[in-house]
Design a protein around this ligand. Structure first.
Ligand code: SF4
Length: 349
């Protein structure tokens, strides 16, 4: 990113929302330009105000240095990293030329926890084909790393385009993995190893708390633009990371909200059309669905798969995933079996 864009970007963030702000720096690999990351943080302190924002660096941790942790100490800086399985499975997905990506991520997590505290690092797990048969593997890896939280999600349809479909699987396969994962978590839970899975927690919060709307996927109208903005390295602004990915695969159509120097928040036809067509209450399939009050809309995924923002719910991966999650969770909560009791403890403590 051009350094001249940092101040206008932060001023736009301030003019569009109110504190507390959340700034997430994503790459590529942000630690390659740690000097720029520091500049963004320093300017954010001036423009947004000290203590008014959370600062998250999404990184593989492969380039983490001790001096970065010294800098992060006493600041509201968090790290987010991917753990996609144990050693072999993670390395088969996160290929690092000349390096061991799992070992570097593991060492990075340990260092962050030692220097900044347990809550300063969070993980995200993308379930690849290689992990589908081994739910116990990802749970054991998180326990061994001393983590208290795990966030598991299926690979997105955008990912298929990037890997020639080699990680494509259907949602029923994912759900059988996920059901086993919850059972394994409940067994650990019974013996005091309490690991909270955040995809389940997000779905439960949506059911139990009408005001909970922190998760862009489960919002109607869609969270595009309304929940987040992406300031791209080339100066263009997008309403979500999915909109940015759409742009990548469709370079001839403009999915942006203009540029940092010349934003088009009010007159972007693409975003007006996407938001106005993302009220799931009026979508065929959704309007009579029991889960509609808790569910959301993902117009960018629908454009990517169906070529238009509403989509066919009978064929939609988004619909299959969220419907299956709601059903699974409500079944366990109703039965109050070991998984159901664990889910209740996650919500009520
Ligand atoms: S589960 Fe499917 S049909 Fe039901 S509201 Fe969500 S997207 Fe619509």
């Amino acid at each position: 990113m051009d350094e001249n864009n940092i101040i206008p970007m932060l001023k736009q963030i301030k003019s569009l929302s109110s504190a507390p702000y959340k700034l997430e720096i994503q790459g590529g690999e942000p630690l390659l330009r740690f000097d720029l990351v520091q500049k963004i943080y320093d300017k954010a302190v001036i423009i947004l105000g000290e203590g008014q924002f959370e600062f998250v660096i999404a990184t593989s941790l492969s380039l983490l240095k001790d001096e970065m942790l010294v800098w992060a100490r006493s600041k509201s800086v968090h790290f987010s990293t991917s753990i996609d399985g144990s050693h072999v499975i993670h390395n088969s997905h996160r290929i690092l030329r000349g390096g061991d990506s799992f070992e570097l991520a593991k060492r990075g997590i340990e260092k962050i926890r030692q220097c900044l505290g347990d809550s300063s690092v969070a993980t995200v797990t993308t379930v690849t084909n290689a992990l589908l048969s081994y739910p116990e593997d990802i749970v054991a890896t998180h326990i061994q790393l001393g983590l208290k939280d795990i966030f598991v999600r299926p690979v997105s349809p955008y990912g298929f385009a990037n890997n020639n479909g080699t990680d494509e699987y259907d949602i029923t396969e994912f759900m059988s993995f996920y059901e086993r994962l919850l059972t394994i978590l409940s067994k650990y839970h019974r013996y005091g190893n309490k690991l909270v899975e955040h995809s389940a927690l997000i779905h439960i919060k949506r059911i139990l708390n009408a005001e909970y709307s922190g998760y862009a996927d489960l919002k109607s109208p869609s969270g595009v633009v309304l929940n987040s903005l992406v300031f791209n390295y080339d100066g263009r602004i997008y309403g979500s990371d999915e909109a940015r990915m759409l742009q990548k695969s469709n370079p001839k159509i403009d999915f942006s909200l203009g540029t940092i120097q010349s934003p088009q928040f009010k007159n972007s036809q693409f975003h007006q059309s996407v938001i106005s067509q993302s009220f799931s209450l009026s979508h065929p399939g959704c309007y009579h669905c029991a889960f509609q009050p808790y569910c959301g809309a993902d117009p960018c995924q629908n454009i990517s798969v169906f070529g238009e923002p509403v989509g066919d719910k009978s064929l939609s991966r988004f619909c299959q995933y969220h419907k299956s999650m709601f059903k699974l969770i409500l079944n366990h909560l109703h039965k109050e079996d070991d998984v159901g009791l664990m889910l209740k403890e996650w919500v009520y403590g």
